[in-house]
Write a protein that binds this ligand. Structure first.
Ligand code: NAD
Length: 459
């Protein structure tokens, strides 16, 4: 394999050749990627199953299907998105034709996580290539099979001076981050996000950081409990709870806590049976270290449902925990597993007292049929994005930006915004020569009132 500096140097030279600026070339690459992905559909499901027993249905719903629809969207719209956009002239540019040109940043580094190891590596690659950049991708070392397959796909479709996927762990990531990139797109944990931001700052490289956090889910007493419980169980335990936008914990109105708990238990059993370990629909924890971390966080907790652990099998049952203290292990960090703490509230102030303990979360959920409660709540708190009366589904609309705020990340993508993320907006004024109003030129004597009027006319 070529060294990282060699790969980057080849990509720099290629970018300067202007070949990635041609929309037809980008489309050719994206269509080739689509064909390769489609031809490997079953292999992708098999790899995800091998890595953490991800069910094929979830692999389609939350990875393959989403990637394919983003690819189709980009292929359909790229010409339109990439076209210079005319904007109105201003008092200072008139007479002119003013435009925003979409310019690729150049050489992009993408570092991916393990939890959606196909979606969260391939989607940013699609958008970076669509915008005319070159790419080096490093998938996570923890999903050995999927990351190997992702690398094979990238390295089969793209000439290495356009896009390359390198495999490796922290050492490889560290070497990559030591290079000078034109853009870095990172998805992963908050602590590593800080390392990435620091490395990027050295070269003033712009970054997107897609991070995590403790995403709350509030349930008031106006909801249909059965429907709420069904949706919460789906969104929390999908992917074995290893979802950056899963509800990390519930904050439930005290008067409905008991019936909601009953419904949650029923829904877990309905989804995964009496023995979720035997269910083909319930994934495993990614590795032993994370299984141990979750088992440790459960020590001393008031487990009201589930709690079974099989360390060898990397199995943790869907588990409900009653009122953990805010300084307990479960509540100190993002859980990232199939454990759902249930806190209760009596007043809105109590909700605030819980949520304000944590940094701004990536996601936020409120189940309620009380419109003013919903509006007040979603306006009061700062968070990346959220859903009223369901979990996760904001991720699935390419017309919505997906990203965090504060400690949960910076920047956003999906759909056209993904293309925009990897493009610099270059302002171009094409000045007309048919007239040259003399008002701006010195000497300025007697011109100020006319200039003031002109500012008013143009607005
Ligand atoms: P991670 O931060 O441990 O790893 C992510 C990537 O960073 C991997 O490729 C890894 O090899 C690399 N890495 C690890 N240590 C590094 C270091 N010291 N220097 C440079 N690179 C390093 O995250 P993870 O465990 O793969 O993923 C889980 C986290 O990601 C959770 O916090 C989750 O919330 C977050 N996440 C966020 C999103 C999002 O879209 N916002 C999506 C998925 C996951």
């Amino acid at each position: 394999m070529n060294s990282i500096p060699d790969i980057l140097s080849a990509q720099r030279t290629f970018f300067k050749s202007q070949k990635t600026k041609a929309i037809a070339y980008r489309l050719q690459l994206l269509k080739a990627l689509k064909a390769e992905i489609i031809s490997r559909e079953q292999a992708i499901y098999d790899a995800l199953k091998k890595d953490f027993r991800k069910p094929e249905f979830e692999s389609y719903l939350s990875e393959f299907g989403l990637v394919l629809s983003e690819l189709n969207l980009v292929i359909k719209n790229l010409k339109k998105w990439a076209k210079p956009k005319r904007v109105k002239a201003s008092i200072l540019t008139y007479p002119s034709k003013d435009y925003i040109y979409k310019e690729p940043y150049g050489n992009v580094l993408i570092i991916g996580p393990w939890n959606y190891p196909f979606l969260l590596t391939i989607e940013p690659v699609i958008m970076a290539i669509a915008a005319g950049n070159t790419v080096v991708l490093k998938p996570s070392e923890l999903t050995e099979n999927t990351s190997k397959l992702v690398s094979e796909i990238i390295n089969t479709v793209f000439p290495k001076e356009v896009a390359t996927s390198v495999q490796g762990a922290v050492d490889v990531a560290t070497e990559l981050l030591a290079q000078k990139w034109d853009y870095i797109f990172f998805t992963g944990s908050v602590p590593v996000g800080k390392i990435v931001a620091k490395a990027a700052a050295k070269h003033l490289t712009p970054v997107t950081l897609e991070l995590g956090g403790k995403s709350p889910c509030i349930i008031d007493d106006t909801v249909d409990l059965k429907l709420a419980a069904r949706r919460i169980v789906w969104g929390k335990f999908l992917n074995g709870g290893q979802t950056c936008i899963a509800a990390d914990y519930l904050i439930v109105k005290d008067t409905i806590k008991a019936p909601l708990l009953d419904m949650l238990k029923k829904e877990i059993t309905r989804a995964y049976g009496n023995d979720p370990k035997a269910s083909v629909d319930f994934p495993r924890i990614i590795n032993k270290r994370n299984t141990e971390r979750l088992a440790k966080a459960l020590e001393g907790a008031d487990i009201i449902f589930g709690g079974d652990i099989d360390m060898e099998d990397r199995y943790i049952a869907p588990t409900l925990v009653n009122e953990p203290a805010l300084d307990s292990a479960l509540m100190s960090d993002e859980i990232f597993g199939p454990i759902l703490p249930i806190l209760s509230y009596d007043t809105e102030e109590a909700i605030e007292n819980i949520i304000r303990n944590f940094e701004k979360p990536l996601a936020f959920y409120v189940f309620s049929n009380n419109t003013s409660f919903v509006e007040n709540t979603i306006k009061k708190f700062e968070f990346g994005g959220g859903v009223v009366n369901d979990l996760l589904i904001h991720f699935g609309n390419h017309r919505l930006p997906f990203g965090g705020v504060g400690a949960s990340g910076m920047g956003a993508y999906h759909g056209k915004l993904g293309f925009d993320t990897f493009s610099h907006d270059k302002a171009i004024v094409k000045r007309g020569n048919w007239t040259d109003p003399p008002v701006r030129y010195a000497p300025y004597k007697d011109k100020l009132s006319l200039m003031k009027k002109m500012f008013k006319w143009f607005g």
